[in-house]
Design a protein around this ligand. Structure first.
Ligand code: SF4
Ligand code: SF4
Length: 128
């Protein structure tokens, strides 16, 4: 399952993710990490069975953890199925269907944000 981990600046320098992995034995796969002077934001995949204990290990160290049910959201009223998002997505979230409609497999999204900038109709947003 895909999760988002948010950490404030005062704890961003601490190895809390490494500690949580060691404590819980969770296999974490980090797909995106953005860290600046005000916050750290990490998108990752974690086995569903390990989520509860991994979340507890992180929140007890001051992080916020949320589940990304739909990492990328599409406004169906705005989308004109131009296909621009298909070519830029690095993990093939978008594909053309047999009828040339644009299909969406949102679970694969790593929230890189590239498609959002490319969409000419501003039909895409990231779940936060
Ligand atoms: S780029 Fe935007 S308008 Fe074009 S298919 Fe993708 S979501 Fe739809
Ligand atoms: S945010 Fe990145 S990974 Fe997610 S659908 Fe858009 S291009 Fe693909």
């Amino acid at each position: 399952m895909k999760i988002k981990i948010n950490v404030a600046t005062d704890i961003v320098v601490k190895p809390i993710i490494a500690e949580a992995i060691i404590e819980t034995g969770t296999l974490l796969n980090i797909s995106q990490a953005h860290i600046n002077s005000t916050k750290g934001e990490i998108t990752a995949d974690v086995p569903e069975d390990d989520f509860g204990k991994f979340k507890d290990a992180l929140t007890s160290r001051g992080a916020e953890v949320s589940v990304l049910d739909k990492p990328i959201l599409r406004d169906e009223d705005e989308c004109v199925e131009c296909g621009a998002c298909i070519s830029v997505c690095p993990v093939k979230v978008f594909t053309f269907g047999e009828d040339w409609s644009v299909n969406l497999d949102e679970e694969n999204c790593i929230q890189c944000g590239t498609c959002i900038e490319m969409c000419p109709h501003s039909a895409l947003t990231l779940e936060h």
